[in-house]
Write a protein that binds this ligand. Structure first.
Ligand code: G
Ligand code: G
Ligand code: NA
Ligand code: MN
Length: 255
């Protein structure tokens, strides 16, 4: 794939960076966390979102290079926010099954944040259900447990879109459920979507997990989520993913 080489070169040239999307309290607008999202600046200057170079991430070597790079970028940005005295809570970093299976993910994460002197309680790992694809041994669950014992939390991303997602809550340590955008998209128009989100909120409450709605774009969606007891969310209604410097401004104003 051409994009593997592009991403490889971009990593070598320092053209890969992290954008951040705020996670907010829907009722107050307060920023309670961030999600880190990889961005690549092409030679011609155009910025590509992660979704535009996801093919390249199927290559295990590139995927792990990208992860290590993102961990360092994010750790450095968080260090800066802490140094500014911003009451920073947490940042979510996206990792894949490949990262887990490559081994020593916990050490790589630990090293990256220790180098920037950032405590791991500020770090959330966002994994989606694909983490289970290609091997249902519990190696992944054990790695996740190790990460948690070091203070990180685990968010199950895109929840509800994969296979047998509810069983993942049994087999895998999860602190946070992220409701996929596809449910939020339909929550106003469509009773079944509303019912499903309502059930997920209830499951999260009973299992002592936090729940975050993704892809909130309208006030109606936000109101509907609040009425169901889903208080945390992210989406274009609050902010698109933005550059670290813009994130600083947002944190100073809304954190
Ligand atoms: O940023 P964008 O909306 O294009 O993200 C598209 C997809 O890419 C999302 O599923 C997101 O989880 C994933 N993604 C974004 N940043 C990273 C990253 O740093 N590492 C990995 N593995 N996936 C990422
Ligand atoms: O798979 P994951 O949830 O990590 O994907 C996040 C992706 O969703 C990012 O590419 C981000 O840019 C995108 N995103 C975040 N909020 C919104 C939104 O409100 N609307 C749309 N269309 N995309 C969003
Ligand atoms: Na994510
Ligand atoms: Mn998601």
């Amino acid at each position: 794939i051409q994009s593997i080489r592009d991403l490889d070169e971009a990593l070598s040239d320092g053209r890969v960076f992290s954008a951040y999307q705020p996670i907010v309290r829907i009722d107050t607008g307060e920023i309670i966390g961030l999600e880190a999202l990889a961005r690549m600046r092409r030679q011609d200057g155009r910025i590509l979102a992660a979704g535009e170079f996801q093919d390249a991430m199927t290559d295990a070597r590139i995927a792990s290079r990208l992860t290590d790079h993102m961990l360092r970028e994010v750790a450095a940005d968080v260090r800066r926010w802490l140094d500014m005295g911003i009451p920073f809570q947490h940042v979510g970093v996206n990792v894949t099954g490949t990262d887990f299976r490559a081994g020593c993910l916990d050490e790589r994460i630990e090293e990256a944040f220790a180098a920037a002197d950032v405590p791991l309680r500020h770090v959330i790992l966002e994994v989606n259900e694909n983490v289970y694809m290609g091997g249902s041994d519990n190696r992944v669950a054990r790695a996740a447990e190790r990460l948690r014992s070091k203070g990180m939390r685990i968010a199950l991303d895109d929840f509800g879109t994969g296979h047998a997602s509810l069983t993942h809550l049994l087999d895998f340590p999860v602190d946070i459920i992220k409701i996929d955008k596809s449910f939020v998209d339909r929550i106003v128009a469509d009773r079944p979507s509303l019912a499903i989100v309502q059930a997920l909120v209830e499951v999260a409450r009973k299992l002592d997990m936090r729940i975050v709605a993704e892809g909130i774009e309208t006030a109606e969606q936000a109101d509907r989520l609040l009425s169901l007891g889903c208080v945390l969310g992210q989406g274009y209604r609050y902010s698109r993913p933005v550059h670290a410097s813009v994130t600083t401004d947002l944190l100073l104003r809304f954190a």
